[in-house]
Design a binder for this molecule. Structure first.
Ligand code: ADP
Ligand code: ZN
Length: 434
């Protein structure tokens, strides 16, 4: 099933033609209405008329997170305030919040993009969509919400937290789709298990999980515990919110709504555009945005693209899962460490759950590095021989992956705090400003 077959299965040449038309309009609009970006283009010696082909996008200057900080709060808005009908702001995982403004048409496009993904996940007007992303400035809640309304489903605006109540509504209202962060999906799945609810007791068919990086292991856990098909949804406030890309479940990666968002992958050091299959930083250009368009926006998210035809029949480009952010890379004892590498290791060890925390500190000019991770339900932390053998195993696997040692602390299942939103995985108390 397709929500918008004409676009999702378009001929490549038709799609490129549409993209070029929209790109030219978007650049002209931005040049006209956003003085900060006009200045950048003037400095780069490029005019809107210079965009004659899609490849000409490479002549345009990048926009960055710093542009948002410098023009906080609304310096990058292009529409008149009377036409802005909604404000959101990034959750501020990194730095100052970034404020986004939407016109009516922008909201309709957002609903359209999410609707395509919900349809990929088998949902329609008969579905009951349980939204456990946070509602508010964060784009997760209202983003999933507008997608559910667009397909005409029954939408339950649960927001996050109060896991017990979540379970009650999930079962009593027979929800068919759960939308939340993958870490919260795991919390809900654990709570369901504790309450003795198996896949047969819940009507859920699918989940739309995103807003934070997650691994294949985590997907498998959530899928088997809840008996659902888990779909990955990617997006960011600056570009609109969740729904830029969504996985179909038939092929690897996530289909990008290419008529709305134009992707490129660059080498974050040389800024050169990289070919399909090569990992680099995702750069996104909005093609149909009025409130706050972005041109060549450097997301800092690391992934790769593929144009290979997908088994689902869609022709749109796919992006891989996100491997991390260029800015969540930790340098510990001089070695580059991504939290996703640690999660991958944890995922291969049956005795551990995917609830973990990484603590980095500094004592007498030396980095300290500790991993706290919960044991699987039913395993005893007091069993010294077992714990020591496990420590050896985890320690070895981490050293193989990272090349450095790490102190390991096991916790009983359920001890790390769950916040319902994006999981806070890293606590880095080092201070490099002294
Ligand atoms: P913040 O940067 O404050 O977290 P947002 O709430 O807008 O702001 O979150 C967007 C970011 O969340 C993305 O840039 C990306 O790093 C992460 N993200 C969103 N969806 C996914 C996903 N499906 N997989 C991995 N990371 C994701
Ligand atoms: Zn597909």
């Amino acid at each position: 099933m397709y929500w918008n077959k004409k676009i999702e299965c378009a001929d490549r040449s038709d799609m490129r033609r549409l993209q070029l038309t929209r790109l030219r309009e978007e650049v002209a609009y931005e040049y006209d209405r956003v003085p900060v970006y006009r200045k950048k283009m003037d400095e780069a010696g490029v005019k809107p008329e210079d965009i004659q082909t899609l490849e000409d996008i490479q002549k345009l200057p990048f926009m960055t997170k710093e542009d948002f900080a410098e023009n906080y709060p609304t310096g990058l808005f292009a529409a008149d305030q009377k036409d802005i009908v909604r404000i959101h702001a990034s959750s501020g995982t990194t730095g100052k919040p970034k404020v986004a403004g939407y016109t009516r048409r922008d909201l309709a496009d957002w609903g359209e993009a999410v609707a395509r993904g919900m349809t990929m996940a088998g949902q329609d007007e008969n579905s009951v969509i349980h939204v456990s992303y946070g509602y508010g400035l964060f784009t997760g809640g209202l983003g999933a919400h507008i997608g559910g309304e667009t397909i005409g489903a029954t939408v339950i605006p649960m927001s996050s937290g109060n896991t017990k109540k979540q379970l009650t509504f999930l079962t009593d209202l027979k929800s068919t789709m759960l939308c939340c962060t993958p870490s919260y999906a795991l919390t809900i799945a654990e709570a369901a298990q504790k309450a003795g609810l198996g896949p047969d007791d819940i009507a859920l068919q699918a989940g739309l999980f995103g807003a934070e990086p997650w691994t294949q292991a985590m997907r498998e856990d959530i899928e088997s515990m809840l008996g659902i098909e888990a779909h990955d949804i990617y997006g960011l406030t600056e570009v609109t919110g969740p729904g830029v890309a969504i996985s179909c479940g038939k092929g690897e990666g996530m289909h990008i709504s290419e008529d709305l968002f134009y992707p490129e992958i660059i080498d974050p050091k040389t800024l050169e555009v990289l070919p399909d299959g090569e990992r680099g930083e995702l750069v996104l250009t909005t093609l149909h945005k009025q409130g706050m368009p972005v041109i060549r926006y450097r997301t800092r998210d690391i992934c790769y693209l593929t144009h290979e035809k997908c088994a689902c029949g869609r022709t749109t480009v796919r992006m891989s899962r996100i491997f991390g952010r260029t800015d969540d890379m930790l340098i510990i004892k001089g070695v580059n460490v991504f939290p996703s590498q640690i999660e991958t290791v944890i995922g291969t060890i049956d005795e551990l759950t995917l609830n973990y925390k990484i603590l980095v500190g500094r004592v007498r000019d030396r980095d300290t590095f500790e991993l706290q991770v919960e044991l699987a339900e039913g395993l005893e932390i007091e069993d010294i021989a077992f714990v020591e053998a496990l420590r050896e195993k985890v320690s070895h696997a981490l050293r193989e992956m990272l090349g450095i040692g790490c102190k390991i602390r096991f916790l009983s299942a359920g001890t790390l705090p769950r916040n319902g939103g994006k999981a806070v995985r890293v606590e880095d108390t080092r201070n490099f400003n002294d």
